[in-house]
Design a protein around this ligand. Structure first.
Ligand SMILES: Nc1ncnc2c1ncn2[C@@H]1O[C@H](COP(=O)(O)OP(=O)(O)OP(=O)(O)O)[C@@H](O)[C@H]1O
Ligand SMILES: [Mg+2]
Length: 160
């Protein structure tokens, strides 16, 4: 039986502006109702996870600052089309700790998660995983689908 390639998009992002542009384009592919969506942002220190998150949150209509959630764990944004939760699990060391930050209550919006590998179980709950890696002076981004609706989104991205 032929095996199907995983649905994925792979691009070189030459600079931070390209990372922000990629985030705006991804936001444009999301449905108006963001509830229950989870996007994981992987990448080592300084890979561009927050640059991506900030641009997506701005694209959703937020014009103020987008502070790092490293210490607060969650920074919420109330947008017209539903909430966006910018989450940073850098300081989280186990799956159980997710309940402290009220993970379950964040289902009414889009969860954008930096350092998702701190809670490996998230891979089975998320829609998309975005991995940023260093490449020369830029970054390589890989967008991979983890759910059916994530797959539809990534396919839409492939053809644009
Ligand atoms: N495609 C890119 N090419 C080159 N530099 C980039 C690119 N995208 C983002 N940057 C730059 O990388 C630096 C780190 O970005 P950012 O803070 O978003 O990373 P991060 O992954 O959130 O880091 P941390 O792990 O510390 O949270 C910033 O100076 C940002 O402008
Ligand atoms: Mg960051």
């Amino acid at each position: 039986m032929p095996t199907r390639d995983p649905v994925a998009v792979n691009r070189l992002l030459a600079d931070a502006a390209a990372t922000a542009d990629f985030a705006r384009r991804l936001y444009g592919k999301l449905p108006p109702d963001l509830s229950g969506w989870t996007i994981l942002l992987r990448g080592e220190l300084g890979a561009g996870k927050s640059t991506f998150a900030r641009a997506l949150i701005n694209a959703a209509g937020h014009s103020g600052p987008v502070p790092s959630p490293t210490y607060t764990l969650v920074e919420p944004y109330q947008m017209a089309h539903g909430n966006i939760y910018h989450i940073d699990l850098y300081r989280v060391s186990s799956e159980e700790e997710l309940s402290y930050l009220g993970w379950e209550e964040l289902e009414d919006g889009l969860r954008l998660v930096e350092w998702p590998d701190r809670a490996p179980g998230l891979m089975t709950q998320a829609d998309i995983v975005l991995t940023l890696t260093y490449e020369n002076t830029g970054r390589r981004v890989e967008l991979r689908a983890l759910s059916e609706r994530g797959e539809a989104l990534v396919r839409g991205f492939e053809s644009s």
